[in-house]
Ligand binder design. Structure first.
Ligand SMILES: [Zn+2]
Length: 291
């Protein structure tokens, strides 16, 4: 299967999942399930054919989305730029599908972590998508610009510094192209912002709808299908784990009730699937197996 782009339709909207590349996370148990009891985590991983004691790396795809609504060319998240050796392929993968950076008129950023904002500017700190307006939640902007206290993150000081410098380096150059959003507004017809805080204070999700079809873009409220089975297990990068839990519950219920297609940025490419109820929790059904 082509793991660079995946085209699909949402009624009249032409959509595409685009891989920005992949990134290898070390110590994935501690990174993605930082508050999970070890024995329960071991059992949960085993069901996914992973041995906790031998789980040394987790390779995540970074999956952006392109939505051609007929009136607007909308990009959701910009990938990681030069964060890792295998990231920053967004623009080349778009161009293989005949889409130039100039064609995009709206870029929506789910939150200001490096893997989502690294492609906002090029090597010379110029906006990579010169004709676009950029949408970010006001809360997210205010947070990163205020030199925030990141002590609730269970990551090293080095990584905290990286998060902060990366956010400011990529957001400040587009300051005059930014639309800071405070409400759950419809940005353009068919694309609605949903507050989804916790992973970062101003993290947003999106409900994209065309006629009767809907796609729920959940960003980084989860990283691994086990987060659906155990929604109370949070990641070291989660700013407010309690808030993550309630955001997950709200969006999982919404996806289950409405039987909407869901996009998860860090899941195996193309990151599309459905969320079903299972016991006290939920489970992920990738689009390939749902067909
Ligand atoms: Zn991410």
């Amino acid at each position: 299967m082509n793991k660079e782009t995946y085209q699909f339709k949402l009624e009249t909207f032409e959509c595409m999942a685009i891989n920005d590349g992949s990134f290898s996370y070390h110590q994935p148990g501690a990174t993605f399930f930082s508050n999970a009891p070890q024995e329960a985590l071991g059992q949960a991983l085993q069901k996914h054919n992973i041995q906790l004691e031998h789980w040394e790396e987790f390779v995540s795809d970074y999956i952006c989305l392109m939505i051609n609504t007929g009136k607007h060319m909308v990009l959701v998240d910009t990938g990681a730029g030069n964060l890792g050796p295998d990231t920053g392929k967004l623009i080349q993968n778009l161009s293989k599908e005949g889409i130039a950076p100039e064609d995009i008129d709206l870029v929506i950023i789910t939150h200001a972590h490096p893997d989502h904002i690294g492609g906002i500017v090029d090597a010379e700190s110029k906006p990579s998508f010169p004709n676009a307006r950029y949408v970010l939640s006001k809360q997210e902007w205010d947070f990163w610009i205020s030199n925030p206290d990141l002590s609730s993150l269970k990551v090293s000081d080095q990584i905290k510094t990286l998060l902060l410098t990366f956010a400011q380096k990529n957001l400040l150059p587009i300051q005059d192209k930014l639309d800071l959003i405070e409400d759950e507004t419809e940005i353009v017809p068919g694309i609605q912002i949903i507050a989804a805080p916790g992973h970062t204070p101003g993290h947003i999700a999106l409900a994209i709808s065309s006629a009767d079809e809907q796609l729920l873009v959940i960003g980084d409220i989860i990283f691994h299908p086990i987060h659906l089975e155990h929604f109370q297990w949070s990641a070291a990068f989660d700013f407010d784990p309690d808030q993550v839990m309630s955001t997950r519950r709200r969006l999982f219920n919404r996806a289950t009730t409405d039987k909407t297609l869901v996009h998860a940025f860090h899941f195996p490419f193309p990151g599309l699937g459905y969320i079903g109820q299972k016991g006290e929790g939920w489970q992920w059904q990738p689009i390939e197996s749902a067909r």
